[in-house]
Design a protein around this ligand. Structure first.
Ligand code: ADP
Ligand code: AMP
Length: 224
């Protein structure tokens, strides 16, 4: 399965990505997570990306494209991958097509998660993430069992620097200005499928897996 998840910040891409990655046994590649790991580790890439991330702007295409090309060249992407947060601009989508056509493995499908703006702002400002393992919570919809503590690993829950209401509005503006254009790009290529992303996480997961069923292929060595 070679899959892209599209949708505004807070649409639930990361939440569903974990489940899809597990169901199809493919790596989840989140460009936002890669940037945050680089910021945390104080790398040159992290330093470069941080100034854009802090104000809700997109990191320049050339930086992101190089990073994704390196990541897709790794062995674990041999059976497919799930991209969360990439591509976000038409040049990024074109670059992805080029990388995949060199490998002779085009995308199977692009899923777009559909949610109203007010709902995504609420989701983002109430999002908390584990500083240790990255698990995602929501203060109302998906709270941890113990306040401020990750259920999975006991790590501390924090708010992302860019999850304030002001930065979220800027990220939404970037989405409308640059990423929404990708919808047409993928409709024209017959790859876009919509998933209604409102409702309980399990219901969205069920709809997502249903949408993917038509794109399932046997893995190498399976089936005929
Ligand atoms: P994205 O990766 O698209 O930015 P996340 O998966 O991190 O979004 O989800 C954003 C926030 O919304 C998180 O706090 C998450 O717990 C919450 N969330 C995700 N899916 C749902 C849902 N179906 N209903 C309510 N809250 C959700
Ligand atoms: P996310 O975790 O997907 O919400 O991304 C957080 C931030 O990382 C974004 O607001 C951007 O600053 C940066 N970022 C992540 N992915 C990309 C991308 N594909 N292109 C440009 N910037 C990105």
């Amino acid at each position: 399965m070679r899959l892209v998840l599209l949708g505004p910040p807070g649409a639930g891409k990361g939440t569903q990505a974990t489940q899809i990655g597990r169901a199809y046994d493919v790596p989840v590649i989140s460009t936002g997570d890669i940037f945050r790991a680089n910021v945390k580790n104080g790398t040159a890439l992290g330093e470069e990306a941080k100034s854009f991330m802090d104000r809700g702007a997109l990191v320049p295409d050339d930086i992101v494209i190089r990073m994704v090309e390196d990541r897709l060249a790794q062995d674990d992407c041999g059976h497919g991958f799930l991209l969360d947060g990439f591509p976000r601009t038409v040049p990024q989508a074109e670059a992805l097509d080029e990388i995949l056509s060199k490998q002779g493995c085009p995308l199977d499908v692009v899923l777009r998660f559909d949610v109203a703006v007010d709902e995504v702002v609420n989701r983002v400002v109430n999002r908390r993430v584990c500083a240790n393992c990255g698990a995602v919570y929501h203060l109302q919809y998906a709270p941890p069992a113990v306040d401020g503590v990750c259920d999975a690993c006991g790590g501390p829950l924090i708010q992302r620097d860019d999850d304030t209401e002001q930065v979220v509005r800027a990220r939404m503006d970037e989405y409308r200005a640059k990423t929404e254009k990708l919808e047409r790009y993928y409709v024209e290529r017959g790859l876009l499928r919509d998933v209604e992303a409102v409702g309980a996480v399990e219901d969205v997961a069920r709809r997502t897996l249903e949408a993917l069923r038509e794109f399932e292929r046997p893995r190498d060595g399976e089936g005929s």
